[in-house]
Design a protein around this ligand. Structure first.
Ligand SMILES: CC(=O)N[C@H]1[C@@H](OP(=O)(O)OP(=O)(O)OC[C@H]2O[C@@H](n3ccc(=O)[nH]c3=O)[C@H](O)[C@@H]2O)O[C@H](CO)[C@@H](O)[C@@H]1O[C@H](C)C(=O)N[C@@H](C)C(=O)N[C@H](CCC(=O)O)C(=O)O
Ligand SMILES: Nc1ncnc2c1ncn2[C@@H]1O[C@H](COP(=O)(O)OP(=O)(O)OP(=O)(O)O)[C@@H](O)[C@H]1O
Ligand SMILES: N[C@H](CCC[C@H](N)C(=O)O)C(=O)O
Ligand SMILES: [Mg+2]
Length: 487
C-alpha cells in the first residue's frame, strides 16, 4: 500500500478536496481496470475523455481521483486532486508508485524516425554478450533480462514503463535500453524517468496524422533531449539535417556520430555486400553481418553509446562484430534456387528509400528488384504517394498491396499510393489487394539472382484488415510460397 501524498511527489497540484493521507492499492487511467482503493487518473485522449469515466471509476472502488477539471458534484468520501495536466501527473505518480526504478539502473533512450528498434535491440544484445543483466523496451518485445513480454506500443504508457523498470530492479538489471517514440514524448510517457543517456537516429516524415506539422514532430523529439539531466549523455547523428538542432538546448554532455562529417564517432564504409559491412570505426576495422549504409549509422550509434557507458574499446568492437540482425529489419533469406528475399519494416518514405538504395547498391544490373509494399490505414496519409513514387523509382517491378489497412478501405489506400507513381514508372507497377496474393505473384515472377523486397511489416505476425487481426508473417509466407514453386 502506498500513501496518496507520497505518490503525488513532484506533481504540480492546483487544488485538493479531501485527504491525501489515504492508502492506495494501485493507479489506473482506465476506469475499466479500477478495483477497490485505487486512484483513477482522468486523461483527455484522442478518442475519449477520461473525465467522462470518473463516476464509473468511483463505482468500481476508486477512492481518489486525479483530474484536470473537477466534476460538478463531488462525492464526499472521495479525494479529488486537480492538476494542470493529468498525463504529466500520471508519469510522476507512476515513478513514485514503483519507487523511482529508473534511478537504480542506467536507462538509455533512443529516439528518431527510423532505427530506434535496431539501435536499442543491438545495445541489449551487446550488453548481454558482455555478461550484464539487461532490459529492453522496444516495438518488437520487452525484455527483463532473459524474460520476454509482448508489447503493443513502441513506448508504453508511463505506468507500464515503470512497472517493467521495477521488475528489472528486482532481478538486478544494470542497463535498460528503450525506444522513445514521438507519441511517447508528446503524451509524457517518459517524463520523470532518470535517463543516463539519449540517442538520436534521424528525422524524416512520419506520423503527420498525429502531429500538426513536421516542425511540431521535430520539436516533440527535441523535447526528449531538453529534458535530459546534466549528468546524462546525448548522442546525435550529425549527418542528419536536424542532428545538431536536437541537442541545442540540452543540459546533457553532447556527442556526435556520422559518416559524412568529422565528429566524435566516425564510421567509414569499406565494403558492402549481402553478407555484411566492413567498417572503419574511429580508426579500427570491424566486420559486421549487417547490410545497408543505414546500418553503419545504427552500429556506430551502438558503439558510441557503449563507449560512453564505459565499455572498453576492444571489447566493444569485438562484440559489435558478433551482433545478429533484428527480426524484420532487413532480414535476408536466400532460397534453394538463389532468389534473395528481404523482409523489412520500412513503413516510412525515408526507410523505403534507404532499403531500396541499399539493395540497388548491392545488386547487379541484370537482376530484378521486385518490391511488395503497402501503407498502414488510420495513419499518416501523406506518406502514401511518396512511398509509391519511391517504390516506382527504385525498383524494377512493384506490387502495391495492403499493409495493415486497419479500419480503412484497403483499395483506397492502394489508390493513394498509386497516385505518387511517376509516369515513366507506371509500366513497372501492378496492384493486388491481398498481401498473400501479392507475395505469391512476386515469387512467380522471380528467377535466380532476383531480389524480392517485402516492405512495411517486418517482424509483425498479424495483419489487421477491416478492424480484424489474423495471423500473417511475411517471412514465413514467402518461404512457403517459394518452396511451393520449387524455387
Ligand atoms: C493516438 C494515441 O497515441 N493513442 C494512445 C492514447 O489513447 P487515447 O488518447 O486515444 O485514449 P482514449 O481512448 O481517447 O481514452 C482516453 C482515456 O479514457 C480512458 N477510458 C476510456 C474508456 C473507458 O471506458 N474508460 C476509460 O477510463 C482511457 O483509458 C484513456 O486514459 O493513450 C492510450 C493510453 O496511454 C494509448 O494506449 C493509445 O495508443 C493507441 C493504442 C495507439 O495506437 N497508439 C499509437 C499510434 C502509438 O502511440 N504509437 C507510438 C509510435 C510508434 C512509432 O513511432 O512508429 C508508440 O509509441 O507505439
Ligand atoms: N538508421 C536508419 N536510417 C534510416 N532507415 C533505417 C535506419 N535503421 C533502420 N531503418 C529502416 O527503417 C525500418 C525500421 O527500423 P527500426 O524498426 O529500427 O525503426 P524504428 O525507429 O524502431 O521504427 P518504429 O517507429 O516503427 O518503431 C527498417 O526496417 C529499415 O528499413
Ligand atoms: N509504429 C508504426 C508502425 C507501422 C507499421 C506498419 N506495418 C503499419 O501497420 O502501418 C505505427 O503504428 O504507425
Ligand atoms: Mg521501433
Amino acid at each position: 500500500m502506498k500513501v496518496l501524498k507520497d505518490i503525488l511527489y513532484k506533481v504540480s497540484i492546483e487544488s485538493v478536496k479531501g485527504s491525501t493521507a489515504i492508502e492506495l492499492n494501485h493507479i489506473h487511467f482506465d476506469s475499466r481496470l479500477v478495483t477497490n482503493q485505487d486512484v483513477f487518473v482522468a486523461i483527455r485522449g484522442v478518442a475519449a475523455d477520461g473525465h467522462m469515466f470518473i463516476d464509473a471509476a468511483i463505482s468500481k472502488g476508486a477512492t481518489a481521483v486525479v483530474c484536470e477539471d473537477l466534476p460538478s458534484e463531488l462525492a464526499p468520501e472521495i479525494t479529488y486532486v486537480q492538476v494542470k495536466d493529468t498525463r504529466e501527473a500520471l508519469a510522476y505518480m507512476a515513478s513514485n508508485f514503483y519507487d523511482n526504478p529508473s534511478t537504480n539502473l542506467q536507462l538509455v533512450g533512443v529516439t528518431g524516425t527510423n532505427g530506434k528498434t535496431t539501435v536499442s535491440s543491438l545495445l541489449y544484445q551487446l550488453f548481454k554478450t558482455l555478461g550484464f543483466k539487461v532490459g529492453l523496451i522496444s516495438t518488437v518485445t520487452i525484455k527483463v533480462n532473459d524474460k520476454e513480454f509482448a508489447t503493443k506500443l513502441t513506448t508504453p504508457d508511463s505506468l507500464t514503463i515503470n512497472s517493467y523498470l521495477k521488475m528489472m530492479n528486482e532481478v538486478g538489471v544494470e542497463f535498460c535500453f528503450m525506444e522513445v517514440s514521438s507519441h511517447g514524448i508528446a503524451q509524457h510517457r517518459t517524463l520523470g524517468l532518470d535517463f543516463a543517456g539519449g540517442i538520436f537516429t534521424n528525422l524524416s516524415q512520419d506520423h503527420l496524422d498525429y502531429h500538426s506539422s513536421f516542425a511540431e514532430y521535430r520539436d516533440v523529439k527535441k523535447r526528449f533531449f531538453d529534458q535530459l539531466s546534466k549528468d546524462a549523455f546525448a548522442i546525435t547523428n550529425i549527418d542528419d539535417r536536424n542532428g545538431n538542432y536536437m541537442l541545442q538546448n540540452t543540459k546533457a554532455k553532447t556527442y556526435g556520430y556520422g559518416v559524412k562529417n568529422l565528429t566524435d564517432y566516425k564510421v567509414k564504409i569499406l565494403e558492402k555486400s549481402f553478407s555484411g559491412l566492413k567498417l572503419n570505426i574511429n580508426g579500427n576495422e570491424v566486420w559486421s553481418r549487417f547490410i545497408g549504409d543505414f546500418n553503419a549509422y545504427n552500429l556506430l550509434a551502438v558503439y558510441a553509446a557503449a563507449d560512453l557507458l564505459d565499455v572498453e574499446q576492444l571489447e566493444n568492437l569485438q562484440t559489435l562484430s558478433q551482433l545478429k540482425p533484428v527480426d524484420g529489419r532487413y532480414q535476408h533469406h536466400i532460397s534453394e534456387t538463389g532468389i534473395h528475399v528481404i523482409v523489412d519494416y520500412a513503413h516510412t518514405p525515408d526507410a523505403l528509400k534507404n532499403v531500396l538504395q541499399t539493395t540497388n547498391d548491392i545488386r547487379t544490373r541484370n537482376e530484378e528488384l521486385i518490391t511488395v509494399v503497402g501503407c498502414g490505414g488510420d495513419r499518416d496519409k501523406t506518406k502514401r504517394p511518396l512511398m509509391g513514387k519511391i517504390a516506382g523509382n527504385l525498383s524494377t517491378k512493384v506490387i502495391f498491396t495492403s499493409d495493415n489497412p486497419r479500419t480503412e478501405d484497403p483499395d483506397e489506400i492502394i489508390n493513394d499510393i498509386e497516385k505518387g507513381v511517376e509516369p515513366q514508372d507506371i509500366f513497372k507497377t501492378l496492384s493486388i489487394t491481398s498481401r498473400q496474393q501479392a507475395i505469391k505473384t512476386a515469387c512467380s515472377l522471380a528467377k535466380k539472382g532476383d531480389i524480392i523486397l517485402i516492405a512495411g511489416k517486418g517482424h509483425e505476425t498479424y495483419q489487421e484488415v477491416h478492424g480484424k487481426r489474423s495471423d500473417f508473417d511475411d517471412l514465413k509466407i514467402v518461404k512457403e510460397l517459394l518452396a511451393q514453386f520449387n524455387k
